[in-house]
Design a protein around this ligand. Structure first.
Ligand SMILES: Cc1cc2nc3c(=O)[nH]c(=O)nc-3n(C[C@H](O)[C@H](O)[C@H](O)COP(=O)(O)O)c2cc1C
Length: 258
């Protein structure tokens, strides 16, 4: 079995860096092959743009999807993107490590998605959602927040972290992945952590143990529920009798899902 780890944090000594070390060690013990992309260490350029493409279908105006597809068809995808795309296509399990930054992923991770999810190679209209190229693969996001679990709860002032993660995880569903319930460690930015206090350090140890166990028991972890392709009509609206799983795809504009 093969896993690919993606770390989006500028500091290897951060808690996210530590969690990614745990991932590697657990995978090693389980005799999984694995690769890792430490996006900052690689100096991965998250900006999709004309500067990446030597060969262009349209030299006058840069249309990202046109050039992604043209270069994929001609096997001239930029080398950094090609390596990442290949790792996604070869892995059975993808693990993402990132901190929540302004209620979303760090920009480097969003840019990695913008560039690596190559149109024409990783998705096209006939190859997405239920027919996605990554069908049968699993992915899990391991996320840290600075705010406490109460603050990040469904009724917390920071808003529900599970909802903040929906737009981050849905692209992986788009590619066909089985998206496992994310692992979220709250309160990692509190004073207790930053000052290295005993209570902060012991919580980090507890979190590290929890992540180890989560990885070791991944086969029994539930997945995020999404609508299947046949839950939608020909206009791609949710069918009246289909279940709504999130406020992002619901039956009434002003209502929460049942
Ligand atoms: C630019 C930036 C934005 C942040 N935004 C949030 C946020 O929206 N919600 C939150 O709970 N914490 C936020 N934080 C705190 C980080 O999530 C927290 O420091 C991190 O999860 C701790 O993990 P680390 O030690 O691996 O960096 C932010 C931190 C930075 C640097």
């Amino acid at each position: 079995m093969k896993a690919h780890i993606v770390l989006a944090h500028p500091e290897a000594k951060s808690f996210n860096g530590h969690l990614s070390d745990i991932s590697r060690s657990v995978l090693r013990s389980a005799e999984w092959q694995h690769t890792m992309s430490d996006l900052y260490a690689m100096d991965f350029d998250p900006r999709e743009g004309a500067h990446h493409y030597k060969s262009r279908q349209d030299a006058k105006a840069f249309h990202p999807q046109t050039e992604q597809r043209f270069n994929a068809d001609n096997q001239t995808t930029p080398t950094d993107v090609n390596t990442e795309a290949q790792r996604l296509l070869e892995c059975d399990l993808l693990i993402l490590h990132f901190p929540l930054w302004w209620f979303g992923p760090p920009a480097i991770l969003k840019g990695w998605m913008d560039r690596v999810f190559v149109y024409g190679r990783l998705y096209r209209s006939t190859m997405r959602y239920d027919t996605g190229i990554c069908s049968g693969k699993r992915m899990i996001a391991c996320v840290t927040t600075g705010a406490s679990s109460d603050n990040c709860a469904y009724n917390g002032r920071e808003g529900d972290t599970h909802l903040h993660l929906w737009p981050v995880l849905y692209p992986f569903r788009y590619l066909g992945f089985d998206v496992l319930q994310p692992e979220i460690f709250h309160g990692v930015g509190s004073a207790a952590f930053l000052e290295g206090r005993e209570d902060g350090l012991s919580t980090l140890d507890t979190y590290a143990d929890r992540w180890t166990i989560s990885l070791e028991t991944l086969s029994s972890r539930s997945t995020v529920r999404y609508n299947r392709d046949d839950d939608f009509d020909e206009t791609k609206r949710l069918l009246p009798d289909a279940r709504a799983y999130s406020p992002f795809i619901r039956h009434k504009p002003d209502a929460m899902p049942d």
